[in-house]
Design a protein around this ligand. Structure first.
Ligand SMILES: [Zn+2]
Length: 301
């Protein structure tokens, strides 16, 4: 039943709809003095109610799809924090909490290798993603979202794993552009040198939605979206950070109003094609509320 929800989202995107998504969990967890050093996904089991409430808060301000808090929840990533034995529970509870929003749920699978991809065997990489995706599929997520990729080989392994493990689910794939996670400058290539042109060529026929998340400062969303749109009419996803974090680790350099303004300008460059807009690091429900406002009533420029 839930599988149809993902296909419905895809149909709406293919008709040119703009769909609003969640932001990120990191600020709310930090505000509650929770350690995110081992990743945010561990809190799906230690603070389930907080995660479920966050999804409901996003839905209340206009989010139409829920990004499950399953970031860095593959065995390889969890093993860095001795959490690999909890892989089933962490992914299960992450999807269950997202479902409480009442919205279709994207199961998030973060890149686990990135610049270290060449150190690992491709089958090992693919197997790592396949295991997490199988958990997400079994719990009934509606969409597989592979994100924060910087390396073509790593991304190819993730896409192959998704196609193998979740045949009936649509797939979204996002790359992180810019030099590092605190990027100020806009490059149309990733930290491993993968170019935007090469990415579109490689994946436009392999996934249902393509785009960018994280590292990119929101101000550069328009330039990146323009570049994507020069190359493809396929549904895209735009999910930048709220700029760089301030010293308190809670607030970010781009406030909700300016973030929304950046998204507004990006949408102007979208040429009326299908688009998912959401937020990555630093974007609380207030950011999504402000984005919703600009989608309903465009800002005066
Ligand atoms: Zn991010």
């Amino acid at each position: 039943m839930s599988r149809n929800k993902g296909k419905e989202i895809l149909e709406r995107l293919r008709k040119g709809e703009i769909i609003l998504a969640d932001g990120a969990a990191n600020v709310v967890l930090t505000q509650n003095r929770l350690d995110i050093g081992g990743g945010t996904a561990q809190h799906n089991i230690t603070h389930y109610d907080l995660i479920a409430k966050l999804h409901k808060d996003y839905a209340a301000v206009g989010s139409q799809i829920a990004f499950a808090n399953t970031l860095h929840a593959s065995r390889h990533s969890l093993s860095r924090h001795s959490l690999e034995d909890k892989i089933g529970e962490i992914n299960f509870e992450g999807i269950r909490a997202a479902k409480e929003s009442g919205n279709p749920v994207f199961g998030l699978v973060t890149s686990a290798y990135g610049v270290e991809t060449s150190l690992f065997d491709k089958e090992y990489i693919k197997g790592n993603y396949a295991e997490q995706i199988a958990y997400l599929r079994d719990v009934g997520c509606d969409f597989i979202y592979l994100l924060t990729h910087v390396d073509l080989v790593d991304a190819k392994c993730a896409v192959a794993a998704a196609k193998e493990q979740a045949k009936d689910l649509p797939i979204a794939l996002a790359f992180t552009f810019g030099h590092d996670s605190s990027v100020i400058f806009c490059y149309d290539h990733t930290s491993t040198g993968a170019t935007l042109t090469g990415i579109v060529k490689e994946f436009k026929d392999e996934v249902d939605v393509l785009g960018f998340n994280c590292g990119t400062h929101p101000f550069y969303s328009k330039a990146l979206l323009q570049r994507f749109r020069e190359l493809t009419d396929m549904p895209l996803i735009v999910q930048p950070n709220a700029g760089k974090p301030n010293m308190d680790g809670i607030t970010y350099q781009t406030n909700p109003e300016d973030f929304a303004r950046s998204i507004h300008y990006a949408v102007e460059a979208n040429n009326g094609q299908g688009l998912i807009v959401g937020g990555c690091c630093g974007t609380t429900p207030e950011y999504i509320r402000q984005v919703k406002k600009t989608l309903i009533k465009p800002l005066k420029t």
